[in-house]
Design a protein around this ligand. Structure first.
Ligand code: GTP
Length: 431
């Protein structure tokens, strides 16, 4: 029997995804029409003997999360539960804290997936690879290639090219180590809990003076972590590398992190492209009295799109959204309840929940796509501002309930929720 744990983080995470993550937990943000972690759970549901998916995070349980869980349980006929950490316990602290629930039913192995990644996850292949390597107490990390420069922003893996054993692991190294990076998807055997227990006890000893609930103790090292926190990457993989127990399984399929809205537009494009293989029925088609569709487009069945509108490529339209006569939308995500009035044009943008875009208005962003001339390039996670204090051009993001008037231009803008814009704006954050 196999289980999957998805690390969904909590309210203080996903800051680079604001203002969209102010509205609902980032893992539930819809990409290609479905919440980010819906794609994870769908991938899990295809693995034979997958019995349960456990979401671990430090969000307060909320309606959106409960509704999501009941929907995916029904859709994939798999048990899904949410376990709430009492505080941020790090990427492995929650695993240790909830070890009894994870080990209940005696799973042979379990996947752990970061929620802020997307991709065509090769879970079955990781399983067979791990069995080939002897299964048992092994742990397998999903790895992919990045450019030399971009690798510095990820966990870097040095492997034995013949056996794929991880010899050396460094999280976000300062100088170049390897172009093989950690994708945030792992397969563990239950033995990992022995290692977690040792690390947990060591942290308790090392950080004995820290008083929970009291903040950091005076006179302690300010970098000291909370004694219950365990980091999968630094505390587990770094010492495990070279011990013969950690392996890397390479994928050259689509994979990306989703840290920013620019990355969400990129992920939207790739998940829509995957629907060509797995879910053709989710893709909109051209036809009489239907809007003109170019490339891959998802339109929720309850959305109302005028037949003279032109959509695509790479557009997702959410529940109850309305798109008016002659509107043009490409490379964008239009969220639930948004209204795009007649003849507006939306390019490289995320249009938030219940936003209204006026007639003849143009909303445009700048794509953050990876450099197509560099093999293995990933989406760059740019800072919001350049060193001289200017907003870096990016996807235009309009927060929920914003009213954008008719006949204006919004270019490379970020608009916080509930604003009523008076006119055009370029390269600005509207607070
Ligand atoms: P950053 O570049 O700083 O974001 O680092 P990273 O890419 O390594 O991401 P990070 O380690 O912060 O998070 C990886 C995944 O684990 C994300 O899906 C987070 O939501 C999740 N995560 C991070 N910290 C915690 C935690 O304390 N508890 C839980 N349950 N999940 C977490």
């Amino acid at each position: 029997m196999i289980k999957t744990i998805i690390l969904i983080g909590g309210p203080m995470k996903g800051t680079r995804f604001r203002p969209l993550s102010l509205e609902l937990p980032k893992p539930l943000f819809p990409v290609a029409g479905y919440p980010i972690i819906h794609h994870h759970i769908e991938a899990c549901s295809k693995v034979p003997h997958m019995k349960e998916v456990i979401l671990i995070g430090f969000y307060q349980p909320n309606d959106a999360l409960n509704k999501f869980i009941s929907n995916v349980q029904q859709e994939f006929k798999i048990q899904v539960r949410y376990l709430q950490e009492y505080t941020a316990l790090g990427t492995a602290g929650g695993l240790y804290h909830f070890r009894d629930q994870i080990l209940a039913g005696k799973p042979d192995s379990f996947f752990v997936m970061n929620s802020d990644v997307c991709g065509d996850f090769p879970l079955k292949e990781m399983l067979s690879f791990t069995v080939q390597k002897g299964g048992g107490s092994h742990c397998t990390v999903l790895g992919t290639e990045a450019t030399r420069q971009q690798s510095l922003n990820y966990g870097c893996i040095v492997e034995n090219k013949n056996t794929h054993e991880v010899l050396h692991y460094v999280e976000k190294p300062e100088t170049y180590i390897s172009t093989t990076i950690n994708c945030g998807v792992y397969l563990f055997s239950p033995d990992i809990f022995c290692t977690l227990e040792k690390i947990f006890k060591k942290n308790q000893e090392d950080n004995y003076n820290y008083q929970a609930g009291n903040g950091w103790c005076s006179g302690c090292d300010p970098n000291m972590q909370m004694k219950e926190t365990i980091r999968l990457e630094q505390d587990i993989f770094v010492p495990m590398a070279g011990s013969g127990k950690l392996y890397v399984y390479h994928t050259d399929r689509f994979w990306s992190q989703i840290k920013t809205s620019g990355a969400a537009i990129y992920a939207n494009r790739h998940y829509l492209a995957l629907y060509q293989n797995w879910h053709k029925e989710r893709l909109a088609r051209n036809g009489e009295l239907k809007p003109q569709i170019i490339g891959d487009v998802y339109i929720h069945p309850t959305a109302d799109v005028h037949p003279t509108a032109v959509l695509g490529p790479n557009v997702s339209v959410g529940k109850h959204a309305v798109i008016g006569e002659g509107a043009r939308v490409r490379e964008s995500i239009v969220l639930e309840g948004a209204v795009l009035q007649d003849h507006c044009c939306v390019l490289y943008s995320v249009i938030g929940w219940n936003v209204t875009i006026g007639m003849w208005t143009r909303v445009e962003g700048t794509p953050n796509d990876p450099n197509p001339n560099k093999p293995f390039a990933k989406v760059d996670v740019k800072d919001t501002f350049s060193p001289d204090g200017k907003l870096n051009p990016s996807i235009t993001v309009i927060g929920s309930n914003v009213q954008v008037p008719s006949e204006v231009i919004l270019l490379n803008a970020m608009v916080l929720p509930d604003k009523s814009l008076a006119g055009s704006c370029k390269n600005q954050i509207i607070l």
